[in-house]
Design a protein around this ligand. Structure first.
Ligand code: ADP
Length: 396
């Protein structure tokens, strides 16, 4: 066991090394990602893209290629994190306390919409503790045995990150209860009446769970997290700092007003800010002199259908269906999702939190409702009838 004053083992700082070179290498090694943007897209080419291809430019979700690039832009230590001040401070106390005591900190639950930094925080928790990190996700753990295999090979004070923890299968979830509380798993050997459960001691570890839908977590699981944090959308000023930092790492010539414009249209989401920066950079290199100014960012982002308020195609489709097809609501989530041709979960997790936060949509017991600002945003006149869309009359 390491004493309280001993330096953290392992080399988390080493990873922070030449982030710039790593970022460039990541871009080189993931050519599929920005090929379209690299060559520059004319309006006609943009029209020719499939919905899925366009969606990728503004979606807060990342695919495997993008996750790879993100690795290079990810802050590596707690003090490199921009924004989320309260979570950062609280977490720093939790980690510092645990380090001083020489023990594994409480299990941590991180919730919030995609792209706000849950994975980043999980990696930083391990780095700050000087601990090994094991990464998995709810859907990847199909059977309790998969989880047992991970837990039984943990070292003392390792960190386990389970993304989308609300999607864990029930038997795995139940195994996790015991593991989180008693650092023990029951491994079932054999089948049918002859099956026996063999208790297996596991090393004290810290679980970091991430979820976009905290409401779906069963209470017994939620209660076993000693520290719970909700990540909220970022302010434009914070995103501006993030965009500048990323531009530095990627070697993009970014003017102050260009950073401001990208930040304002990034939907409060660092992942989108970083992606828009890369797309605007493509545009600047191909169509201009490589320098990202406000004017250039505006033109490029219009091409990518990101509007002034940062609303993307899905946000606008949801708003427009709500307003024009359902007269402003109330309408149920699944009906709304069918109207825009999306999964209900995508509408709920991706579009809704941003629209609600921006005061464009509200959730009521009877369904989703558009606020007068939604009509205005779409360039329409809000209806006269008061009861419908007045935020004050909404359930909360
Ligand atoms: P999530 O797990 O919530 O979907 P990630 O942690 O993968 O989100 O973050 C997506 C990307 O956004 C990361 O690669 C990182 O570069 C960037 N990012 C997230 N939060 C921050 C932050 N607070 N400061 C700087 N960059 C951030």
């Amino acid at each position: 066991m390491t004493g309280p004053d001993a330096p953290p083992p392992g080399g988390p700082r080493a990873a922070a090394g030449s982030a710039h070179a790593a970022a460039e290498a990541a871009e080189r090694e993931a050519p599929g990602l920005s090929a379209a943007g690299r060559e520059g897209l004319s309006a006609a080419e943009w029209e020719g893209l499939s919905d899925a291809e366009r969606e990728r430019l503004v979606s807060p979700l990342a695919d495997a290629d993008e996750r790879f690039i993100e690795g290079a832009l990810r802050p590596k230590r707690l003090d490199e994190i921009i924004g989320q001040t309260r979570v950062r401070e609280q977490l720093s106390l939790v980690l510092e306390g645990a380090l001083r005591r020489g023990r594994a900190p409480d299990h941590v639950l991180l919730s919030g919409p995609p792209g706000l930094g849950k994975t980043t925080f999980a990696m930083i928790i391990a780095a700050e503790l000087g601990a090994q990190l094991r990464i998995t996700s709810g859907p990847a753990i199909e059977r309790a045995g998969d989880l047992a295999a991970i837990l039984s090979t943990l070292g003392e004070r390792d960190v386990v990150f389970i993304d989308e923890i609300h999607r864990l299968a029930r038997p795995a979830e139940e195994m996790l209860y015991l593991a989180m509380e008693d650092f023990r798993v029951d491994v079932v050997v054999g089948k049918g009446p002859g099956a026996t459960a063999i208790p297996l001691q596991i090393a004290p570890f810290t679980l970091v769970g991430a979820t976009t839908r905290a409401g779906l977590l069963p209470a017994p699981l939620r209660d076993r997290f000693g520290f719970t944090a909700h990540l909220d959308f970022y302010e434009p000023a914070e995103l501006e700092v993030i965009v500048r930092r990323s531009a530095g790492l990627l070697g993009v010539a970014l003017r102050g007003d260009g950073a401001e414009e990208i930040a304002r249209r990034s939907r409060g989401t660092p992942r989108i800010a970083n992606r828009l920066l890369r797309r605007v950079r493509d545009y600047a290199e191909v169509r201009a002199d490589g320098v990202v100014t406000r004017t250039l960012a505006r033109v490029a982002l219009e091409l990518y259908e990101v509007d002034e308020e940062g609303l993307d195609r899905l946000d606008r489709a949801v708003l427009s269906a709500l307003v024009t097809r359902f007269g402003g609501g109330p309408v149920g989530l699944s009906t709304l999702a069918v109207a825009v041709g999306e999964e209900a979960e995508t509408v709920e997790v991706v579009a809704e939190p941003f629209l609600v936060r921006g005061g464009l949509m509200a959730r009521t017991p009877r369904g989703r409702v558009a606020t007068p600002a939604a009509w205005q945003h779409l360039g329409l006149d809000p209806p006269e009838s008061p009861g419908l869309a007045i935020p004050g009359s909404l359930f909360e």
